[in-house]
Design a protein around this ligand. Structure first.
Ligand code: GLA
Length: 387
């Protein structure tokens, strides 16, 4: 191949001379051959086989790399973000999402580590809702409630995947057809989720869905972030949430329907505040939906998370009206994750952009009903910087 490449280059050089064209000094790579990088990372998307499910179904792993060396690994099981390596203030890359080294862990016991959650992110009270005069009953998998799409939600299915290459970005497009009646939901739902890693150090997640019957849809992404690479808890991380109100919940974590002001309460993250500074005042820890301050449609600032020690900063923008801030309250040290790290309480936190929980039963909340002929669209952008 190399021989052919250099012969081609010599021929091109000779031809350039004959035609009087400015001869390019640098040797051009042959088609399919990558440009020499002198050790610098280069934007790329690669796929390989990861492992197989107990029933033999193959699971693929896609690795996205941008020009700065940031690396995201995604698998077809649950359209899951398996790892996300971003630089610290010294330029050293580290993985800032919790998970497992192997597929096995995700299949046996995963609290939605890095996965896409659907058809409905978060809870629907008693797994029941009424739509166009009909009562629908969904699978209940969280006490009497329906959580994150049910017993076998979008986090536990195999998605089709194809690589995506754009100017300044690489990605993976995942697609899944959720059949009519799956987990009790009406209609066939075609869902696509595209993850892209840009050369501006952004991880963008864009969602689309269409259905042949009216159905609730509320897709989200469930990474557990730990900007200190999972070595400590996240109580020292500082968080800013661009939200003046939140949706208070009952004991089963179902919103009461009220939009309450955060001002003067431990729920207030309108200015950057250490997560641990008031967490003891919040029963069970943070697991609440915040009502984002936004004007109009389009991307709007939702959250900024930072860790002083590593210097890493994560900023989240979204088109969604809400964000679930979950402080990893149910992690209890029984999971040993990547590189043998033990995930204790508050060792990771989730910032799930979404519509509000239990919207199908709360007419006062923004609607989550997708009708035939409409297209569900949602975009969330995670931007990584350091300071
Ligand atoms: C969400 C929920 C939490 C919990 C986690 C997964 O964030 O709001 O109550 O179910 O997912 O463990």
């Amino acid at each position: 191949m190399k021989q052919i490449a250099s012969r081609t280059a010599v021929a091109a050089f000779a031809l350039a001379l004959v035609l009087g064209l400015p001869a390019c000094k640098k040797e051009q790579p042959a088609p399919g051959e990558s440009t020499p990088t002198k050790g610098l990372p280069q934007m790329d998307v690669k796929n390989q086989s990861f492992d197989s499910l107990p029933d033999g179904t193959a699971v693929e792993l896609y690795t996205l790399t941008n020009d700065k060396g940031l690396r995201a690994r995604l698998m077809t099981y649950g359209a899951t973000l398996v790892s996300l390596e971003v630089p610290d203030k010294n330029g050293r890359l580290g993985d800032i999402v919790l998970g497992y080294d192997r597929l096995d862990g995700y299949v046996k016991n995963s609290p939605y580590f890095g996965s896409i959650v659907g058809r409905y992110g978060n809870r629907i009270a008693k797994g029941r809702f009424m739509l166009d005069g009909l009562i629908y009953r969904l699978a209940t998998n969280n006490g009497e409630n329906h959580l994150h799409g049910g017993v076998k939600g979008f986090d536990k299915v195999i998605w089709k995947a194809e690589p995506v290459k754009e100017a300044g970005a690489v990605g993976v497009k995942f697609s899944y057809l959720s059949p009519d009646g799956e987990e009790g939901y009406p209609g066939n739902l075609k869902a696509t989720v595209i993850y892209t890693l840009t050369n501006d150090n952004e991880l963008r997640i864009s969602y689309e869905a269409t259905a042949d019957k009216a159905t609730p849809v509320n897709l989200t992404h469930h990474s557990y972030f730990n900007l200190a690479e999972g070595k400590n808890d996240i109580l020292g991380h500082e968080l800013m949430l661009n939200a003046a109100r939140f949706t208070p919940v009952d004991k089963g974590l179902i919103p009461t329907g009220e939009l309450a002001p955060v001002q003067g309460t431990p729920m207030d993250f309108t200015t950057p505040t250490a997560i641990g500074s008031r967490i003891v005042q919040v029963e069970g820890g943070y697991d609440h939906n915040y009502v984002l301050n936004r004007s109009g449609e389009g991307l709007s600032l939702a959250a900024r998370l930072s860790d002083a020690q590593s210097g890493r900063v994560l900023e989240i923008k979204t088109t969604e009206p809400g964000i679930q801030f979950y402080s990893g309250n149910f992690l209890d040290g029984t999971i040993t994750g990547k590189s043998g790290l033990v995930y204790r309480k508050h060792y990771g936190l989730c910032l799930e952009t979404q519509h509000f929980p239990d919207s199908p039963n709360k007419p006062m909340f923004p609607s989550t009903i997708l009708k035939p002929g409409e297209t569900y669209k949602s975009l969330t952008v995670h931007k990584f910087t350091t300071r």
